[in-house]
Design a protein around this ligand. Structure first.
Ligand code: NAD
Length: 290
């Protein structure tokens, strides 16, 4: 398949490289000076999209996605599929899909879970929104870049699934970290705490697969000085998107709102910037109630 790929950063670069390695003809574009194995570079986003059967975008936010869509939608061939894998606000995801469909294209919003490691290994999870026809056309590409793709519903459903998942993740990570810090102060050994919770009703992905305590549980960013991993800034971005969606849908999400406040404080006024989102544990460890 001839594929255009716009946004060849930490995630997009390895995703595009995997498509090229699987034998697809990939033409990429990024504003920055990048080189991706097997991917030919175009002069503009429109040039990368011209003549492609599928165009994938992997961009920082909804405003940039809308700007890029304005350039590539007119350049794409009717019947081609526009697959946006960025994590963006629901309004932008739906607006771009509407624009694409109005131009005779298929449109799929397909944000991912799995991070840079999953992008390189081709083991991402895709959560997709759009028509059956659009999903069917993109599925072959999801198979190469990922290990699982779930068709969640109409346009925007992929973004909805992503922000709900990450709202749970932000809340459970904070709960896990504050519980470890409390356990410390109660004199409980961290390994014992892990042994109990990871096999009891407090278990979660944050505890069992990504334990925020160094030297406890499976290997995680905590064992590497809290270098990301999944950066606290990216968690904050996703928590803001979920609160924005909750406000427009009139959903009551008090835990999500508090998680957003705590990550904002951590990243903007404490020392969380540049750290993994599990570095909430040393944050709580060093605090009292005051
Ligand atoms: P990144 O900043 O490394 O990559 C974004 C790329 O887009 C950059 O190379 C940038 O130069 C390029 N870009 C920006 N504006 C552009 C434009 N107008 N035209 C062409 N290229 C442009 O970010 P990333 O980590 O690759 O994340 C991309 C998306 O994936 C984000 O929406 C992020 O929330 C989401 N995501 C990231 C992770 C992760 O762990 N990094 C995990 C899941 C989802």
């Amino acid at each position: 398949m001839k594929i255009g790929f716009i946004g060849l950063g930490n995630m997009g670069g390895p995703m595009a490289a995997n498509l090229a390695a699987a034998g697809h003809a990939v033409v990429g574009f990024d504003m920055a000076d990048v080189a991706v194995p097997g991917v030919a570079l175009a002069e503009s986003a429109a040039a990368a999209a011209t003549g492609a059967e599928a165009v994938i975008t992997m961009l920082p936010n909804g405003a940039i996605l809308r700007a890029v869509a304005d350039q590539i939608v007119p350049a794409m061939t009717a019947g081609a599929v526009f697959v946006d894998c960025s994590t963006v606000d629901l309004d932008s995801a739906r607006a771009v899909a509407q624009q694409a469909v109005a131009a005779g294209l298929l449109a799929v919003d397909a944000p991912v879970s799995g991070g840079v490691g999953g992008a390189s290994a081709g083991s991402l999870t895709f959560m997709a929104g759009g028509s059956d026809q659009g999903f069917a056309k993109a599925a072959e590409l999801f198979d190469i870049m990922g290990q699982k793709a779930v068709h969640c519903g109409a346009s925007g459903a992929g973004q909805a699934a992503k922000i709900c998942n990450n709202m749970i993740l932000g809340v459970t990570m904070i709960a896990t970290c504050e519980a470890f810090a409390l356990a410390d102060k109660l004199g409980l050994d961290r390994q014992k705490m892990f042994d109990v919770v990871s096999t009891s009703s407090g278990y979660s992905w944050s505890m069992n697969a990504y334990c925020p305590a160094p030297g406890v549980g499976p290997q995680s960013p905590a064992d590497n000085g809290y270098a990301p991993g999944f950066a606290a800034e990216l968690m904050l971005k996703d928590l803001r998107l979920s609160q924005q969606a909750a406000e427009s849908a009139d959903a009551d999400t008090p835990m999500g709102a508090l998680a957003r406040e705590l990550y904002a404080q951590f990243v903007e006024t404490e020392d969380g910037a540049g750290k993994d989102f599990s570095a909430m544990l040393p944050r709580f460890e060093n605090r009292g109630r005051g």
